[in-house]
Design a protein around this ligand. Structure first.
Ligand SMILES: [Zn+2]
Length: 310
């Protein structure tokens, strides 16, 4: 009896109401995971942003070198430090079987030929030079494939010369890098990190620079794998450089630092000169390697641009 008093719902309306109820239910179950996903993505985005903000982008905000203009550079109104060793037949070089000293030969003189000209020969990895990413890792860019924009970057200088004085095999530790940041602020993102070990004082002696023991094992300082990994991952360094024969320390057999750096598509700079003339930060590097087609590395002119002392 009671039911018969209620307004009658025809079949069509019942179906329509059911469809509406179903779609609301679907929307609810869609929104819940959707909202959760949105929140997770937002949190990840904010955290990533925070990491990048902690390490200043490209330049440190207090680095006055960022204000140098091309006019000042062209007018010489800057300090320019040449970080390149001169090349000659006394230059130290890697003790590999097919490595050879620098050779220079005169092929024409003004007296005889009306023109002065020479020819030279050297291994790619000789003197102040770059290690292209393909040097230790397959499928990575060769020398002529390194982007020119990766060769111009702010630089920072870390110094382990005291530790290397006590231990020739010393490796820059991750703790050294963190301590440096605590004292000098974050390393700018995509900078070039140079390591001063004091080894360039031995440049005039191939024997002292290599520092081989009786078994032929070399002893000189370098980067540790942990520090290199952190610099590549957390600071996205374009490259790392050092004032010794190798970014790996002398006794290394596995060349792990080369693998870390080259494996990430980044380059190394070796036998860098005059690092004693650089401040800890606030300089800009111009890396100008030779362009050898299919090259794995090559001699490189390296300049640091600094604001002029007022
Ligand atoms: Zn090299």
């Amino acid at each position: 009896m009671l039911n018969s008093n209620l307004p009658k719902i025809d079949d069509e309306t019942r179906v329509a109401v059911q469809v509406l109820a179903d779609s609301r239910q679907r929307r609810k179950s869609f929104y819940r995971p959707g909202l959760a996903c949105f929140l997770i993505v937002s949190v990840v985005f904010v955290c990533t942003l925070a990491t990048f903000v902690t390490a200043e982008d490209s330049f440190g905000k207090d680095d006055s070198v960022r204000n140098i203009t091309l006019e000042q550079l062209a007018a010489g109104d800057v300090q320019l430090v040449d970080l390149t060793h001169g090349l000659n037949d006394k230059s130290p070089f890697w003790p590999g079987a097919d490595y050879q000293p620098f050779e220079l030969k005169t092929i024409a003189t003004i007296e005889k030929n009306g023109v002065f000209s020479k020819t030279f020969a050297m291994p790619e990895h000789f003197g102040t030079h770059i290690d292209a990413p393909c040097h230790f890792e397959q499928g990575q860019p060769g020398l002529e494939e390194i982007k020119p924009t990766d060769l111009l970057a702010p630089g920072v200088l870390l110094d382990v010369s005291m530790a290397a004085e006590a231990d020739s095999d010393y490796r820059l530790s991750l703790a050294d890098v963190i301590n440096w940041e605590q004292a000098n602020g974050p390393i700018p993102m995509r900078a070039i990190v140079l390591l001063k070990t004091g080894w360039s004082r031995f440049w005039d002696s191939n024997v002292r620079y290599r520092n081989q023991d009786l078994q032929g094992k070399m002893h000189f300082p370098g980067f540790s794998a942990e520090a290199a990994r952190w610099l590549v991952k957390e600071r996205q360094v374009r490259g790392i450089g050092i004032d010794t024969l190798s970014i790996d320390h002398g006794p290394s057999k596995d060349f792990i630092v080369h693998h870390v750096v080259n494996g990430a598509g980044r380059y190394g700079l070796e036998n860098v000169a005059h690092l004693d003339k650089l401040p800890v930060r606030n300089f800009f590097l111009i890396v100008a390697p030779i362009k050898i087609t299919t090259g794995t590395g090559g001699p490189t002119r390296l300049f640091a641009v600094l604001p002029r002392n007022k």
